[in-house]
Ligand binder design. Structure first.
Ligand code: NAD
Length: 352
């Protein structure tokens, strides 16, 4: 069980250290090796995704990533920016499935901008296709036509691309509440009519999972109206880009949200949904829970260690119930702690 640890920039090293401690506490034979990505890699080697990191990431079963980026690298040419390192590794590892849970622990219901009774206990998983769709389709561009500029992009999905993301969604649902809602725009877009047809075909392989369909405009409304109706939502790259951000904002606490990006052999890159938070870097105050929960996703999706994953997730629930809060989720009457102390609390809950 080889894990490549890329702590990255800003708060990355602080939050990753806590997730590594949690993995070590599980007493499994993980082999962890660290490498550089993003701004830290640019400073050391001139390349945001250096060859040594590429080698290690390719050889590993899973990658744990903190976050990359920061203002000190913003003026660099585009190919040298930290974000290039992130795009580079995602493409290099062929990570086509992005899994983003949006979970709102009852203790944090006040952090949401929605009414607590609408969102408390929210637990949905958005599965977004990451390497196809209108973001990559050809032809694309801007051309001159009849004396004016015309912009165009191509929405395209092959049956095999839809099939493989569909399987990821159905298999994820089997580990959850066994419901998949596929989101499309089949009333207007032929490409997404194919998406729907293929999802219906795949569903026959999963008789234990209930499949429903929703048009993307309705899905956007339902996410704010009655978000708890969903278990797993599966959709294409562009709709998923928008819906996953909408869903994460329902929770109001970006420091709590993990993510996973998988290839077709369950190799994965696991990272918090937030960025490198340069405004609080180096202060020991960042919330490490999104990264710890990303490590839990790694246990579940890459290593098949469902029990260990649930143990880590339960430990996180427990520290919230005990009142531990980092600054980003602090409320009066709770106990404000720093990054390390939060990690300590999770370790204590794991040991208990
Ligand atoms: P951000 O997510 O880093 O920060 C937004 C706000 O949330 C900040 O106020 C920050 O302090 C707070 N925050 C984020 N994570 C937190 C945590 N764990 N605990 C407590 N507070 C937290 O987004 P941004 O400010 O737009 O971007 C900062 C840098 O991060 C930029 O260079 C951006 O390119 C990069 N970025 C990287 C990733 C990634 O590595 N996947 C994702 C988004 C942004």
């Amino acid at each position: 069980m080889k894990i490549c640890v890329l702590s990255g920039d800003g708060i990355g090293p602080e939050i990753t250290a806590e997730a590594v401690r949690v993995l070590q506490a599980l007493d499994r034979p993980f082999e962890m090796e660290e490498a550089l990505l993003g701004g830290a890699a640019v400073d050391a080697t001139g390349d945001p995704y250096p060859e040594a990191t590429r080698k290690l990431a390719r050889a590993a079963d899973a990658v744990l990533l903190g976050a990359v980026g920061g203002p000190q690298w913003d003026a660099l040419p585009r190919e040298k920016r930290p974000e290039r390192g992130l795009l580079g590794i995602r493409k290099d590892l062929n990570l086509f499935a992005n899994l983003r849970p949006a979970i709102l622990y009852p203790e944090l219901a006040n952090a949401s901008t929605l009414k607590p009774e609408i969102v408390a206990g929210l637990d949905i998983l958005i599965v977004r296709e990451l390497t196809g769709d209108i973001y990559f389709g050809q032809p694309r561009g801007v051309r001159e036509e009849n004396g004016e500029r015309v912009g165009f992009n191509t929405m395209v999905y092959s049956e095999s691309e839809i099939r493989r993301i569909g399987h990821v969604a159905f298999q994820a649902a089997q580990k959850r509440n066994k419901r998949v809602c596929s989101v499309d725009k089949m009333n207007v877009l032929e490409c997404t009519q194919l998406w729907r047809d293929v999802m219906i075909e795949i569903a026959r392989d999963y008789p234990d999972v209930e499949l429903s369909h929703m048009l993307v405009d309705n899905a956007a409304m339902q996410l704010v109206k009655a978000p708890r109706q969903f278990d797993v939502m599966v959709t294409g790259n562009m709709f998923g880009d928008i819906l996953s951000d909408e869903a994460s904002m329902l929770t109001g606490s970006i420091g709590m949200l993990p993510s996973a990006s998988l290839d077709d052999k369950n190799k994965g890159l696991y990272e918090p949904s937030h960025g490198s938070a340069p405004d609080i870097a180096g202060q020991g105050v960042a919330n490490p829970l999104a990264t710890i929960l990303s490590a839990a996703m790694m246990l579940r999706y890459t290593f098949g260690l469902e029990e260990d994953a649930a143990r880590v997730e339960n430990a996180v629930k427990q520290v919230l119930a005990q009142g531990y809060r980092t600054g980003d989720i602090y409320e009066r009457g709770t106990r404000k702690v720093g990054t390390r102390e939060m990690g300590d609390a999770v370790l204590a809950a794991l040991a208990a």
